[in-house]
Design a protein around this ligand. Sequence first.
Ligand SMILES: Cc1cc2nc3c(=O)[nH]c(=O)nc-3n(C[C@H](O)[C@H](O)[C@H](O)COP(=O)(O)OP(=O)(O)OC[C@H]3O[C@@H](n4cnc5c(N)ncnc54)[C@H](O)[C@@H]3O)c2cc1C
Length: 275
Amino acid sequence: MSTVSSTIRQERVRHDFALREMTVTAWRDLTPRIRRVTLAGPMEGFTSLGPGDHVKVFFPNPSTGVLNAPRLVDGRLERPAGEVIARDYTPLVNADGALELDVVIHGDAGPASAWATNVSEGAQIVVAGPRGSKLPPEGADWYVLAGDETALPAISRWLRLLPEDADVTVLAEVQDADDEAYLGALDSPHQVTYLHRGSAEPGTTTLIADAVRALPSKDGAGFWWLAGEAQSLVPARRYLRRELGLDQAAVDCSGYWKRGTPEHDHHAPVDPSDP
Ligand SMILES: Cc1cc2nc3c(=O)[nH]c(=O)nc-3n(C[C@H](O)[C@H](O)[C@H](O)COP(=O)(O)OP(=O)(O)OC[C@H]3O[C@@H](n4cnc5c(N)ncnc54)[C@H](O)[C@@H]3O)c2cc1C
């Protein structure tokens, strides 16, 4: 793939800050590892225009069940005392206008995963944001979207947003064929290449980096969106930025989680040697 000097522009839009107290109305498993949780609550003013948008979700403490979250009082943010448990998720809005979160179940080590594992109707969480949206880029002739299971909700948003005739390559790292049901349900015209991790632990493979490197060269301006385990994305990002010399506007690479690090901050540079 080529494109050294990028003609790509991505507009950012800010949204009014909002906190929403939400109640679980339903949940179902989309794959053996991804659980969709449907929420009821105030959705007035909810705006999410970018496929990679995220909300900050405040969860109850798994041991005590206490939900400690900020509140808006007379327009002012009041932070609670005590431990606050918050994680980032991709907001999805269903046909009825209800907010849905597709949560990767990865065991009890993480409070968000533990919450989703044991979720029941009536459970409560608080959702903040999105604070802003990065709109789909202008000026791209083709797109590569790559990521692991945590990126699939955002990839589903990309596939719904991009025109049916857009030139899109999707590389999805999943455990096995069971996970293919997630994007399969979209009935998208865009073909997805699945990279099966098999028995390897999530975040330990070079599948995405290898697949990115193996893509054939293409003319025109390409836009690369990559998300997933932070360290496993480093070689892919280095290849794109250093070897191919692509500029920042053409490569949007985000560490959605980091192996061994609870509550990874996705604002941290994916490649600390090249922030
Ligand atoms: C912008 C953005 C959007 C995101 N959207 C989604 C989304 O729609 N759906 C989704 O499921 N996730 C999404 N994530 C990732 C999610 O925020 C992280 O996986 C988060 O760490 C989960 O919190 P936790 O409480 O389960 O685990 P944490 O308490 O954060 O971590 C506990 C342990 O679990 C490990 N861990 C965390 N996530 C995983 C995982 N997926 N697989 C294996 N081990 C893991 C950590 O390395 C750590 O060792 C998104 C992240 C960002 C930044």
